[in-house]
Design a protein around this ligand. Structure first.
Ligand SMILES: Nc1ncnc2c1ncn2[C@@H]1O[C@H](COP(=O)(O)OP(=O)(O)O)[C@@H](O)[C@H]1O
Ligand SMILES: [Mg+2]
Length: 286
């Protein structure tokens, strides 16, 4: 550990650490001329020992997935047409182990057991991570437990419910300890009770994982409940039309908190802003 500088000692101005993600005027126009994203500008600062969960909402087609895929570094989406997209201060040029993606469609390997699916990424990067096959097995089982899948480690994906399959996908991604997690409508295909359970799991895991999460959802209640900040996108072209930061903390289980009148009122108010922006956000000056 460095000694703290003595009072009056010469010090150079410390450089702030680079942002986890920074977008400076990012735009994406597809070859057919369709402008998916326009002038996306934001900074997600690197807060020591703490991650931020950013929820993204907006009408279909306003570029939410495009933004996540750009951050992920998929070559189907790179490069942005305009602006700069930086991850830890470096332009995104491809995927990396520092970023993990979780999709709506559960992406398990059908021929692998639960623990093998969870350990898939660890196994792939085993050498770089300095892990033995036994370490991978041990970590995979530990992650199965953390997503409450212990007892099902030997099952195959087809034996699991949708919610359980998504738990496996979450564990596989978190096992690699990414600093950035991109979740694109991860719970949209699940029934409501399962969705609440998954939201509780996210809250439980995020208190310890310390990653920055970009979470796209169509559910305003989910966005208000999980988000530290929330971005409402507006369409044509897609852009961040509003950022909301004073969201309630998820201090109670999802089903309890989200049925409280004060929470419902908050979601209703956000819904009004959402509807206004979804319809072009014209100002009524009257
Ligand atoms: N690979 C692609 N090639 C061409 N156009 C695309 C591609 N992916 C998405 N788009 C278009 O970009 C726009 C934004 O899409 P998307 O990011 O998927 O929106 P959202 O996730 O908000 O529903 C849409 O008009 C969509 O048709
Ligand atoms: Mg999408």
């Amino acid at each position: 550990m460095a000694e703290p500088a003595a009072p009056g000692a010469e010090t150079t101005t410390p450089q702030p650490p680079p942002c986890v993600v920074e977008a400076r005027g990012v735009g994406k126009t597809w070859p057919d001329g369709n402008v998916a994203l326009h002038d996306i500008t934001f900074r997600i600062e690197d807060l020591p020992g703490q991650g931020e969960l950013i929820t993204l909402v907006g009408p279909s087609g306003c570029g939410k997935s495009t933004l996540l895929n750009l951050i992920a570094g998929f070559d189907t989406h790179l490069p942005p047409t305009t602006g700069e997209l930086l991850v830890f201060g470096e332009p995104v040029t491809g995927p990396g182990r520092d970023r993990g993606m979780i999709f709506q469609k559960y992406s398990s390997y059908p021929h692998l057991r639960v623990w093998q699916n969870i350990g898939f990424g660890l196994n792939l990067h085993r050498r770089q991570l300095g892990l033995s096959a036994a370490d991978v097995r041990e970590q995979a089982h530990a992650w199965a437990k953390r997503v409450h899948m212990d007892g099902s480690e030997q099952k195959y994906p087809h034996e699991l419910s949708g919610g359980m399959q998504q738990r496996v996908a979450i564990a596989r991604t978190l096992a690699l300890r990414p600093r950035i997690i991109l979740m694109d409508e991860p719970f949209s295909a699940l029934d409501e009770p399962t969705r609440y359970e998954m939201q509780d799991l996210i809250v439980e895991l995020w208190n310890e994982v310390e990653a920055t999460v970009f979470f796209v959802t169509h559910s305003l209640a989910e966005a208000v409940y999980l988000g530290d900040r929330m971005w409402i996108f507006s369409p044509s072209p897609g852009t961040i039309a509003k950022q909301i930061t004073d969201l309630p903390l998820p201090t109670e289980p999802a089903v309890v908190m989200q049925t409280r009148p004060a929470f419902e009122e908050r979601v209703r108010a956000v819904g009004e802003v959402f509807m206004h922006l979804a319809h072009g956000g014209e100002r009524s000056d009257g």
